[in-house]
Design a protein around this ligand. Structure first.
Ligand code: PMP
Length: 305
């Protein structure tokens, strides 16, 4: 991924993709304290636009705040950096990755005395869990790994270090022939996917774990709250057990990368009819209408680059 043409925004300027490098003694590389975002730009009916840019930047600053890192740029500068990166790489639709990390002035657990850095990269990235999965639904495995407890690495930060847990769960699921992992919280209730929030539908009502289950406060999750309201569907945030997922009528994952991905199976047990359910399909369609600029009600969520 490092050896390609293009530009990456690094600490205030666009640099050649191949030259966007850091030192091996970078604090974040050793101890894992850093934060990032995953953002998407869509080729909308009005041109390329970044979806919910303000909310993503806000969450990046909140993640940094939780991790006691002072980003040396303003939110406006970080918004501008993302727009600039998309433009510089001539991308019509893409995934955008801002990341803030602790520099290489000194090592030792205390990061004090180190510079805080920020970068933004962008590249074309299609359906995260596969085009086929978007239509048919994906197969998910309950992970043997527990999601972070809310008082360990801080679950409302999109922290670099939180993703070791996601990587372990995802690798285990893939090695066992599944598409993605579902993690339970430390008390055994459903939390989220390795990089997605989860929703289940039963009797026409949509359920999702409340954030005390350690799930990230997903921006796509919030988008689905708006969509459900528009469709006249009730959403309930509550504790969910894994067997409630087994006997749900429908289930789906949400995420910036995963968008709205139906789940057709958990632990080899078919959910509902074992395919994308009708309510999931409605939500998926509404989601793609919004992100592609076809729903004027949400035009304010799209920032033209
Ligand atoms: N949970 C985790 C662990 C994630 O990595 C993501 C992706 N950022 C999400 C949930 C979904 O969040 P969002 O919809 O804001 O991308």
């Amino acid at each position: 991924m490092a050896d390609r043409d293009g530009k990456i925004w690094m600490d205030g300027e666009l640099v050649e993709w191949r030259d966007a490098k850091i030192h091996v003694l970078t604090h974040t590389l050793h101890y894992g304290c850093g934060a990032f975002e995953g953002v998407r730009a869509y080729n909308t009916v009005n041109g390329t636009a970044i979806f919910r840019l303000q909310e993503h930047t806000e969450r990046l600053f909140n993640s940094a705040k939780i991790l006691r890192m002072a980003i040396p740029f303003t939110k406006e500068q970080v918004n501008e950096a993302q727009k600039q990166t998309v433009r510089a790489n001539k991308l019509e639709s893409c995934y955008i990755r801002p990341l803030t990390w602790i520099g290489s002035q000194k090592l030792g657990v205390s990061p004090k005395g180190n510079q805080i850095h920020l970068m933004v990269a962008a590249w074309a990235w299609g359906a995260y869990l596969g085009e086929e999965g978007m239509k048919r639904g994906i197969r998910v495995k309950t992970s043997s790994y527990t999601r972070h407890h809310v008082n360990i690495t801080m679950t409302q930060a999109k922290a670099v270090s939180n993703y070791t847990n996601s990587i372990l769960a995802n690798m285990e699921a893939l090695d066992d022939g599944y598409d993605e992992a579902l993690l339970l919280d430390s008390t055994g209730f459903v939390s989220e996917g390795a990089g997605e929030n989860i929703f289940v539908i039963k009797g026409g009502v949509i359920y999702t774990p409340d954030l005390s289950a350690g799930a990230l406060n997903g921006i796509t999750r919030n988008t689905v709250f708006h969509i459900a309201k528009d469709l006249g569907l009730e959403i309930v945030q509550k504790r969910i057990t894994r067997d409630e997922v087994y006997i749900a009528d429908e289930a789906f994952f949400t995420g910036t990368a995963a968008e709205v991905t139906p789940i057709r199976e958990l632990d080899r047990i078919e959910i509902g009819a074992g395919s994308r359910g009708p309510i999931t399909e409605k939500i998926q369609t509404a989601f793609f209408d919004i992100v592609n600029g076809r729903n004027p009600k949400y035009a304010h969520w799209l920032t033209k680059v």
